[in-house]
Write a new protein. Structure first.
Length: 150
């Protein structure tokens, strides 16, 4: 299922602090809620698992596919926690899964789609366009149903 929060926004291109840009963007798209409560020992959003997962692993190494086992070990959290946040990113269609070797066997790994954040976002935009077209068809259908009843 594709799911993305779309809000009116100003491009953050004038901001040079990566943390400010990422934090704002991740809240805008709905990956992290506005008043996010980490429910862990993290003191703030930037120390939280979803933020660190996205920034330190997927954004900083977009071409590397990470296994859930690796991520849970690096972030010192459980595999279900990692899966929860990976699934949120997958619902935005920004991640892809690929097979990787981990401790001598093939495992599913996750990385930014195409190993490039900009290219991955193009895929997300295509999904948004398709969703908007489908909304438009539904609105047109509602309008025609209303007109035929009057």
């Amino acid at each position: 299922m594709f799911e993305l929060k779309v809000v009116s926004n100003t491009p953050l291109s004038a901001e040079t602090n990566l943390d400010i840009v990422l934090e704002t963007f991740l809240i805008q798209i709905g990956y992290i809620t506005k008043n996010y409560d980490p429910k862990t020992t993290a003191d703030n959003l930037r120390d939280s698992i979803p933020y660190l997962l996205f920034k330190n692993y997927f954004v900083r190494s977009p071409e590397k596919a990470w296994t859930v086992e690796e991520l849970s070990a690096h972030l010192k959290t459980t595999k279900p926690t990692i899966y929860r946040h990976i699934n949120k990113l997958k619902s935005i269609d920004i991640l892809e899964s690929v097979e990787v070797e981990y401790e001598g066997s093939l495992k599913k790994g996750y990385r930014i789609r195409y190993g490039n954040l900009s290219k991955a976002w193009n895929f997300t935009e295509a999904n948004v366009s398709m969703a908007m077209e489908n909304y438009k068809k539904t609105i047109d259908h509602i309008q025609s149903l209303v007109e035929t009843r009057e």
